[in-house]
Design a protein around this ligand. Structure first.
Ligand SMILES: *[C@@H]1O[C@H](CO)[C@@H](O)[C@H](O)[C@H]1NC(C)=O
Ligand SMILES: *[C@@H]1O[C@H](CO)[C@@H](O)[C@H](O)[C@H]1NC(C)=O
Ligand SMILES: *[C@@H]1O[C@H](CO)[C@@H](O)[C@H](O)[C@H]1NC(C)=O
Length: 429
């Protein structure tokens, strides 16, 4: 019997090692180890959390991808080391943090290998990276859909503002600087200094007023920061629970084409046509809509349903007001919705002549909590029917459900006061 247990333990240990060989299992000692400096990418998890289980294979790939860098990849079981969870103010599972010395940065993007690796690589370098060879720019272009570039002398108000903005937004985007010789091989630059964003093979310049020396540095600081913050998204990104809060920080209307992807990330043809049609609106009329509308698409209807607080037939169009969290849905049947009809609908939203639903009022928030708790119950059941049955057999069952939906939030960021209250709820699953 004793042998059997030893065998079992050995077996389990080996399984753990082979599953995530490059991932370091961290303990209480990490509190000391971090002080030695070094760059760490750490996942804070709980063994019972479904989102953490889904992240596990991705985490293994992340560790593999970063194996030859100076970034060490680890994970911390917060049920065993609750002291660490407290030290890093972890409020939900899983939480991903980049840690260097006393600094720590939380990852808020979509939890794909690519996005997490990019985040870690970015955080391990300086806020603005210098480009000294023209061909490095080609590599950067092939690796990133969106990045920012400063061109000109490394001094003066625009450089200061760019550097400040890059420092603040480093967790969210790539910021580079290059000389005009290098940059002009890629874009036509009329005047120096200049800042542009590279997006889907095009360059869009920050509108610098002709004499930056005369502009109030604080004004430049904040307008450039806002511009960087708005431009860091693709024209038509995929919107997920991971990045929706970030996208709403643009303070624009969010125009979403809601479709359903299967596990292989395939989308049925009629939904694909609908999505392309919505995308064509922003592609063709960027000048008209870019300032006030951020477009995107959603591949998992649960996210959009939880904003709309109802289950709608797919595909559909949902427009979300990022400041009030009201949403708008066109009355036309999705099958009949054309680019022209969307055009008219967005104009009406902009002049506020169409009905708005939802919002942030107390009854709406309560209803949304109820809607999400019901959805969580479904999720919990699909994730672990036995556990769910046992829990609901107990008088504390309902409390457990509440705890589950509170603790298994995608991300919970108590410190970020910019987070909209709605989205605190959105994050629950
Ligand atoms: C510009 O903004 C950053 C934060 O984004 C701040 O640290 C810096 O002091 C600001 N500079 C000026 C001149 O206002
Ligand atoms: C959202 O609604 C408010 C109040 O109706 C309005 O002032 C604002 O312009 C709308 N749009 C956005 C993007 O916040
Ligand atoms: C709002 O925009 C629509 C479409 O352009 C227009 O038909 C309607 O008259 C406008 N309403 C107001 C109150 O301006």
């Amino acid at each position: 019997m004793y042998n059997f247990i030893t065998f079992l333990i050995t077996f389990l240990v080996v399984v753990t090692i082979t599953n995530s060989s490059r991932v370091l299992e961290l303990s209480d000692k990490f509190s000391e180890v971090r002080k030695e400096g070094g760059h760490w990418l750490v996942m804070f998890y709980a063994p019972w959390c479904g989102h953490c289980k889904r992240l596990e294979p991705i985490w293994g790939h992340v560790a593999q991808a970063l194996y030859r860098t100076n970034i060490r990849v680890g994970r911390i079981d917060c049920t065993r080391f609750s002291g660490l969870a407290k030290e890093f103010s972890v409020g939900g599972f899983p939480t991903i943090k980049f840690i260097k010395g006393n600094e720590e940065y939380t990852f808020y993007g979509d939890r794909t290998k690519e996005d997490i690796v990019n985040f870690a690589v970015r955080m391990s370098g300086p806020p603005v990276q210098d480009i000294t060879r023209a061909d490095s720019l080609n590599t950067i272009k092939s690796n990133n859909n969106v990045f920012f570039m400063y061109v000109g002398p490394r001094e003066g108000p625009l450089w200061d503002a760019y550097y400040a903005g890059a420092t603040k937004l480093q967790p969210h985007g790539f910021f580079y600087a290059a000389s005009s010789e290098i940059a002009s091989q890629h874009a036509d630059i009329d005047e120096l200094p200049a800042v542009f964003v590279y997006k889907e093979s095009l360059h869009y310049f920050y509108p610098v007023e002709s004499n930056t020396a005369e502009i109030d540095p604080e004004y430049l600081n904040s307008t450039l920061h806002d511009w960087l913050n708005e431009e860091r998204f693709e024209t038509f990104p995929k919107v997920t629970r991971g990045n929706i809060n970030e996208i709403l920080q643009t303070k624009k209307y969010l125009v979403l084409a809601v479709v359903e992807e299967n596990k292989l990330q395939q989308i049925p043809i009629e939904m694909l046509e609908f999505r392309d049609m919505v995308e064509s609106v922003i592609r063709k009329k960027r000048d008209k809509y870019h300032k006030n509308f951020q477009f995107g698409w959603v591949g998992s209807p649960e996210l959009a349903n939880s904003i709309a607080m109802t289950v709608l037939p797919l595909p559909y169009l949902l427009v979300l007001n990022s400041t009030t969290n009201h949403h708008h849905i066109p009355e036309d049947e999705p099958g009949q919705l054309t680019a022209d009809a969307i055009d008219l609908f967005l104009e009406q939203i902009y002049n506020q002549s169409v009905p708005a639903y939802g919002g942030n009022s107390l009854p709406v928030r309560m209803y949304r909590t109820y809607f999400e708790a019901r959805t969580s119950l479904g999720d919990m059941w699909r994730g672990n029917p036995v556990l769910t049955t046992v829990l609901f057999g107990l008088p504390l069952g309902f409390l457990s459900l509440i705890l589950y939906s509170m603790c298994c939030q995608d991300i919970l960021d108590a410190e970020d006061d910019e987070t909209e209250p709605l989205l605190q709820h959105e994050k629950k699953e």
